[in-house]
Design a protein around this ligand. Sequence first.
Ligand SMILES: CC(C)(COP(=O)(O)OP(=O)(O)OC[C@H]1O[C@@H](n2cnc3c(N)ncnc32)[C@H](O)[C@@H]1OP(=O)(O)O)[C@@H](O)C(=O)NCCC(=O)NCCS
Length: 182
Amino acid sequence: MQFETKYVQLADGRVCKLMPNTSEYAQDMIDYLKKTSAETPFLLRNPDEVSYTLDAEKAILDRLYEDPRSVMMVALVDGKVAGNGSINGMGEKRKVRHRCGLAIALYQEYWRLGIGKAMMEYLTDLAKEIGYKQVELEVVADNERATALYKKSGFVEYGRRPKALLFDDGIYHDEILMCKSL
Ligand SMILES: CC(C)(COP(=O)(O)OP(=O)(O)OC[C@H]1O[C@@H](n2cnc3c(N)ncnc32)[C@H](O)[C@@H]1OP(=O)(O)O)[C@@H](O)C(=O)NCCC(=O)NCCS
């Protein structure tokens, strides 16, 4: 969906621009998915599993931009992509239309500057504006940085999915299930 651009002052004095992600950034998003999934083990994809073509990625970004119940947010610092965040509905059936999922990831060089916190705030505000009543997310149990950010943003733990992820080194990882009422 379309939403207003927000400017955020970062801890190092730079300014971060939070705005709708559009097909203009399709190649940047493919590069971002590949690099971030190599920089952290806590994202769902392994780097070799990022296989979007440019046209497919453009189509996804166009569709999400036109969808009034989805948010695709890019964070730009000095005109360069620093990260991305999203809100997506859990389904259109009346019994679940009030629920949405949230996801966020930044390039490692932009961690600890306050971008995560600002994006969580803006994403949950937009989810509320759309009309969602509950935001949900899953986080790998040992992802302390993200879990701390989510707790600070008002999310509470409501469960744990054992052995949710199997990493390439053969080790299983649980996921923590978190949600926030809007
Ligand atoms: C998780 C992530 C989005 C956090 O973003 P960030 O911009 O680094 O977070 P912020 O700088 O806004 O920090 C948010 C808060 O968490 C706190 N925090 C950061 N790292 C922490 C840690 N290791 N332990 C405890 N608290 C921590 C900060 O103190 C900050 O709170 P404060 O501003 O009140 O002091 C980012 O690190 C990231 O993209 N990680 C890789 C991808 C990922 O794991 N995504 C989540 C998948 S579920």
